[in-house]
Design a protein around this ligand. Structure first.
Ligand code: GAL
Length: 334
C-alpha cells in the first residue's frame, strides 16, 4: 500500500505526463543554404515524440565538439550530427560509445572505419556519385545526347570546354561530384576539356568570386559551367550576368533561350531559389538532393532509436545495418 501511495504521489508530481526526450540536432553551419533548408525539413518532419534542439556549429569543429560534450554530459539518448569535419569524428564516436549515446550522422559522411567503431551509429545520406552521373546526363542532353556535339560546342572542335566550381575540399560530395561528372561524360564517348576547377566551398558569394576569376582567365572559351551545388551555380550566374554572358534583351526578367544570350550552368541540390532560376532560364538544370526524404528517414530512425526498437522496422531500406541512402532526381525545364 505504501509503495502504491508513493507511486501515486510520483505521478501527481509529474502531472501524469510522460517525460519527452530532448535530442540535439547539430548542424555544421547554418549559413549553408542547403543545410538551412534541410534543418527546417527535419524540424517539420518531427512529431511530438521528442524535443529537437538545433545547434549551429558555425563551421567550427571546436565549437561543435564543445556542444557534443555538453549534450553527452546531459545524458541525452541520441545525437543527430551533421559534422563540421567528417574526417575527424573518431573521438566523437568514442565518447558516445563510452556513454552509450546513439548517433545519427547525416549529409557529411564519416569514414567507414570510424562508422565501424560502434554498433549504435548510423548515417543518412545520398550517393554523391549518383548526383554526378545525373548531372552528366543533363550535360549530355544539352549537347544533343550526341558525342559529336551540337551548336553548344561554340568553337565546333568536338570537345566540351568546361569549368568546374568545386565545393569544400575533402567533402565526399565535392570530391565525387567533381570526378564522376567528367568520368561519366568520357565513358559515354564525349571528349571533355576541363579548363579549370575552382574551389568555392559550396557558397554563393565565393562562387561568384570564383566565377569572376574563371571568366578573367577563360572567358568565351567556356562552354558549360558545372557546379557541385546550386548556391555556387547562382553565384556564378550573378558573375556571368554582370559580364554579359546572360542578356535579358526584352527585360522581362527571363532568359528566352531561343533569342537571348545565355550560357549553360548546371547545379545540384534543387533548392527553391534554384528552381526559380531554372524557370527564369538562367540555371540550365539541377539535381534534386532529396532532403525531404532524408529528413523523414532521420526522424523515423530517431524515434526507433530513442524507444530502443529494432532498426529493421524502418520503412526505409537500411544497408549494412547502418546506412540509409536516398536517391537523387534530375530537374530541368526542357
Ligand atoms: C551537400 C550539398 C551542398 C552543401 C553540403 C554541406 O550535399 O549539395 O550544397 O550543403 O552538402 O555538407
Amino acid at each position: 500500500m505504501r509503495k502504491f501511495g508513493c507511486l501515486l504521489f510520483a505521478f501527481m508530481l509529474m502531472g501524469c505526463e510522460v517525460k519527452k526526450f530532448e535530442v540535439p540536432l547539430l548542424i555544421y553551419d547554418m549559413q549553408d543554404a542547403y543545410m538551412f533548408d534541410f534543418e527546417q525539413k527535419i524540424q517539420q518532419a518531427k512529431d511530438d515524440a521528442f524535443i529537437l534542439t538545433t545547434v549551429d556549429g558555425q563551421n567550427s569543429q571546436i565549437i561543435q565538439n564543445e556542444d557534443i560534450d555538453k549534450w553527452i554530459n546531459a545524458k541525452v539518448p541520441l545525437l543527430i550530427i551533421n559534422p563540421v569535419d567528417r574526417l575527424s569524428v573518431y573521438s566523437i564516436i568514442e565518447k558516445a560509445k563510452k556513454s552509450g549515446t546513439k548517433i545519427i550522422f547525416f549529409n557529411r559522411e564519416p569514414l567507414a572505419q570510424d562508422m565501424a567503431l560502434y554498433d549504435s551509429v548510423y548515417y543518412v545520406g545520398a550517393d554523391a556519385a549518383e548526383s554526378a552521373r545525373i548531372q552528366a546526363e543533363i550535360i549530355m542532353e544539352l549537347f544533343g545526347n550526341d558525342p559529336q556535339l551540337n551548336k553548344f560546342d561554340k568553337n565546333s572542335d568536338g570537345i566540351i570546354q568546361a569549368v568546374i566550381l568545386k565545393g569544400e575540399q575533402g567533402h565526399q560530395d565535392a570530391e565525387a561530384r567533381t570526378k564522376v561528372v567528367v568520368e561519366t561524360l568520357i565513358q559515354a564517348g564525349y571528349i571533355v576539356e576541363v579548363l579549370d576547377i575552382s574551389i568555392a566551398n559550396f557558397d554563393r558569394q565565393t562562387g561568384k568570386t570564383a566565377m569572376d576569376g574563371l571568366i578573367a582567365t577563360h572567358g568565351q572559351n567556356i562552354e558549360v559551367v558545372i557546379s557541385n551545388n546550386d548556391a555556387m551555380a547562382l553565384g556564378a550566374i550573378e558573375s556571368l550576368m554582370e559580364k554579359g554572358y546572360f542578356i535579358d534583351t526584352d527585360k522581362n526578367g527571363k532568359i528566352d533561350r531561343d533569342s537571348e544570350v545565355w550560357i549553360p550552368v548546371v547545379g545540384i541540390d534543387g533548392l527553391d531559389f534554384a528552381m526559380e532560376q531554372i524557370d527564369a532560364g538562367y540555371l540550365y538544370g539541377t539535381v534534386f538532393n532529396d532532403s525531404q526524404n532524408m529528413a523523414e528517414a532521420i526522424v523515423e530512425l530517431a524515434n526507433l532509436l530513442i524507444n530502443g526498437e529494432d532498426v529493421s522496422n524502418l520503412s526505409f531500406t537500411i544497408t549494412n545495418g547502418k546506412y540509409i541512402w536516398i536517391s537523387y532526381k534530375k530537374i530541368t525545364n526542357q
